[in-house]
Design a protein around this ligand. Structure first.
Ligand SMILES: CC(C)(COP(=O)(O)OP(=O)(O)OC[C@H]1O[C@@H](n2cnc3c(N)ncnc32)[C@H](O)[C@@H]1OP(=O)(O)O)[C@@H](O)C(=O)NCCC(=O)NCCS
Length: 160
């Protein structure tokens, strides 16, 4: 398995994977906004953007031609980056795909000289919380009813 930069032609397969991955913990909370958020069109538009002060980078993990997972993050001129989203094909969990994707984004953050990165995770998504903790993130706060009513978020930071 290797990682590489996301290409627009990956969008349909990444969309399928992200929808399946996020449904594993959102269950009945999944809605049309999530569907739109992970549509091929939205993914293609958000994956590699650049302005004077901010840049987004996206990577996929692949085995041959098969896409296994996706990660997107940002870097900013002030040195505060973010991990926006990560998902692995539910058929390929616990095989190190998430860690490999994190490594690709870490290389990007280091190259862009980020001093700190942040993300958040649904409080009930214990699998992802453990993934973030084991990849160096530390809890920094708690947001009630944040993106959706009834779904709280744990804020996570990581310093470089
Ligand atoms: C969170 C998520 C990305 C983790 O992906 P993953 O590919 O399962 O992660 P990894 O395999 O790198 O690590 C998970 C565990 O698998 C095990 N593992 C790692 N490499 C392994 C290998 N080669 N063989 C067997 N097990 C392995 C480890 O126990 C690891 O946990 P640890 O690092 O705490 O010991 C994945 O669960 C996911 O897509 N979840 C749904 C979407 C989601 O929740 N996204 C985050 C929203 S905020």
């Amino acid at each position: 398995m290797t990682t590489r930069k996301f290409k627009k032609s990956d969008a349909p397969e990444v969309s399928r994977i992200m929808i399946a991955a996020f449904k594993t913990f959102l269950g009945r909370k999944w809605n049309w906004i999530d569907e739109k958020h992970f549509s091929p069109k939205t993914l293609a538009a958000a994956s590699n953007t650049q302005s004077e002060l901010d840049e987004a980078a996206s990577f996929v993990a692949v085995e041959g031609k098969t896409v296994l997972g996706y990660i997107r993050g940002t870097a900013s001129a002030c040195g505060l980056g973010s991990l926006e989203v990560v998902g692995v094909d539910p058929a390929t969990l616990h095989k190190g795909v998430g860690k490999a994707l994190m490594k690709a984004l870490e290389d990007f953050w280091r190259q862009k000289k980020q001093r700190k990165v942040h993300t958040c995770v649904c409080a009930h998504n214990s699998r992802a919380l453990i993934y973030y903790l084991s990849n160096g993130f530390i809890p920094a706060g708690y947001r009630k009813d944040h993106f959706k009513p009834g779904v709280d978020e744990i804020i996570l930071d990581r310093f470089f």
